[in-house]
Design a protein around this ligand. Sequence first.
Ligand code: C5P
Length: 298
Amino acid sequence: MSVTVRVPAKVNVQLAVGAARPDGFHDLANVFLAVGLYDEVTVTPSSDGLRVTCEGPDAAQVPLDRTNLAARAAEALAARYGRTPGVHVHIVKDIPVAGGMAGGSADGAGALLACDALWGTNAPRGELLEICAELGSDVPFSLVGGAALGTGRGERLTALEAGGTFHWVFAMAGRGLSTPAVFREFDRLAEGRDIPEPVASRDLLDALAKGEAEALAATVRNDLQPAALSLFPELADTLAAGRAAGALTGLVSGSGPTTAFLTRDAGSAERVAEALRASGTCRSVRVASGPVAGATVL
Ligand code: C5P
């Protein structure tokens, strides 16, 4: 017997970052949108303990030890319910690794939901969300999907209305960026400046609720973008290429280095994707739309 869960990637349409807190994290106003690029996580009972395997073009970069959020999710659920996590977790990876699209978080949320179904623990939703928040700031959103505002360190979610489907193009970079390194660069660039409290933009939430791509494009904002560009200056060329190709706007996704381009419609997304592929400014290009549902048992 096995259980498979499908989990989407995310893009941040607004990532407002506050000053560093005493615990090292940053308060955020993080507007998440789940988009249709997916990892699939399959769990199967195993007599030789917890084991993680992964397949996909980026599989070689995925850690298979206990640092993998999927392994930690299985352990956390097992610990709560007094079980041993005797399970083989297999990840079919389509979300870019270390790309700022919550690929690792998706695997954590997926393994948690899959183990809950496999073991019949039937944990209440609130408890699953609590475990997700312990695993990482973006993991609760991978579970719920759709569109949501994350506050605190991003883990406290309020569902948001999205009045339509938004069409995106994602350009994957030739190497990854470490999220803690990007936050450290944010702190370095912010030194000596007053950092305002992070708040969600009213205009942006309105554009999202109305499903208006042009209005959303005019309001997207990522406070981590200067830090990501400082560590990875070539991303500016990718952003310029996507905008020149007709995207409404382009921005770094989360802590990067994936860049995300919002387009008018599905046809425009295909044209921008083609131009980005030809530009030679990125490793690969994908088209995806959102919002889509969060982690789902198949
Ligand atoms: O929560 P998560 O494990 O995904 O965070 C990874 C790292 O990103 C943290 O160790 C921290 O350096 C940084 N981070 C932060 N503020 C947040 C979320 C993440 O500084 N709200």
